[in-house]
Ligand binder design. Structure first.
Ligand SMILES: [Zn+2]
Ligand SMILES: [Zn+2]
Length: 371
């Protein structure tokens, strides 16, 4: 059902940000409702283009999309975000707005336009086990919120913002250029239509303050290093009553002394003795879910890998569980006692005798070559 976003914009997977932007502008202009006069197919196409660009045009969302495809909303990105307060028109205006103001005489009224707040990023460091098994975490973030003192108006307590004298509250100014009427956002009030005479001291007239806030989040099991969890509405406050942005929590996972991670699989290196390798043995192996017994067959080579099914990490996307890979390595003793030395030599002599007929030594093979 869902068409590939790259395909929609007609760009290759490795397209640069500039290439994506260019492709979007071209297509959006072509299919813009103002030009296609209510053509249904074009309208659908226009929506599709905007949806694709709202993801590919944002580096964070793009990398999530690259990783998870259309399932990426499972990471917490939902469709509201695509057609939310920062909907098609505002993304569009940011990019092509001026061109259209010129073409269509400023059809859009930007007075008191609701503007969604900025997204905020925070880094959360987790222990290996916390990331693998999931955990509830509380931490502190800094984000811009609405000023409590003035309630976000920016005007000193007891006063109110007044109508902007430059634009008479329209938020935009008009002027003629040749036969066209051009509109621009009023630079005195930045489009709000209001002016502030006495600024609120707490926020210096901005209506917004930066503050620390405790956030508690549920980290689902299986998140990996550099995973991003999105928490809706916990970013900076919006302007003119716009929705707040989102909080992007970037997960950093600490290294573990025993467990290493390879996607959903866990790798553990185990050291065994020469005797265990030759004769075989049952060894105890640590897993994320407790100790497991592993049967080493006789004649196990160093570097051999054993798979413990479903002892890996649960995928936060499709709930599938990976395996644990046990790599065994033969540990060569660095110091031996005199008795050990004797026994090893004896072992060697017997081995030479026993194996003589079974396989020729390397020197015999070389000799054969030159005969
Ligand atoms: Zn204030
Ligand atoms: Zn103004």
């Amino acid at each position: 059902m869902n068409r590939d976003y790259y395909e929609i914009l007609g760009v290759p997977k490795n397209a640069t940000e500039a290439e994506i932007k260019k492709a979007y502008r071209k297509l959006a202009l072509e299919h813009h409702p103002d030009r296609t006069h209510g053509d249904k197919a074009s309208e659908e196409k226009f929506k599709e283009i905007n949806e694709a660009y709202s993801v590919l045009g944002n580096p964070d969302k793009r990398s999530q999309y690259d990783m998870f495809g259309h399932n990426f909303e499972r990471m917490g990105i939902n469709q509201d975000d695509i057609f939310g307060a920062q909907g098609t028109s505002s993304i569009f205006e940011d990019l092509v707005g001026d061109v259209f103001s010129d073409f269509f005489g400023g059809r859009r009224n930007s007075k008191n336009r609701k503007i969604r707040g900025k997204d905020v990023e925070a880094v959360l460091e987790l222990e290996f086990e916390e990331a693998v098994l999931g955990i509830d975490k509380e931490f502190t973030i800094k984000r811009t919120g609405v000023c409590d003192k003035c309630g976000g108006t920016g005007a000193k307590q007891g006063t109110r913002p007044t109508t902007c004298r430059s634009c008479s509250g329209a938020g935009q100014v008009y002027y003629r250029q040749g036969f066209l009427t051009v509109t621009k956002t009023c630079h005195v009030c930045n489009g709000s239509g209001y002016e502030i005479q006495d600024k609120c001291r707490d926020c210096n007239g901005t209506g917004r303050v930066l503050r620390e806030e405790n956030i508690s989040i549920h980290v689902p099991p299986g998140v990996d290093n550099d995973s991003v969890l999105r928490i809706q509405g916990k970013g900076s406050a919006g302007h003119n009553g716009g929705q707040p942005g989102d909080l992007h929590v970037i997960i950093k996972v600490k290294e573990h002394p025993v467990f290493k991670r390879d996607d959903q699989n866990v790798i553990v290196d185990m050291f065994i003795t020469y005797t265990q390798a030759v004769l075989g043995d049952t060894i105890k192996v640590p897993t994320l879910y407790g100790e497991e017994e592993l049967n080493l067959p006789s004649g196990t080579d160093s570097g051999k890998e054993f798979v413990l099914k479903h002892k890996g990490v649960i995928s936060p996307y499709d709930r599938r569980k990976g395996d644990q890979i046990v790599r065994v390595h033969i540990e060569v003793p660095k110091h031996v006692t005199e008795r050990q030395r004797q026994l090893l030599k004896e072992f060697d002599e017997i081995s030479l005798h026993e194996n003589k007929n079974a396989s020729k030594g390397i020197f015999d093979k070389v000799k054969d070559l030159f005969q």
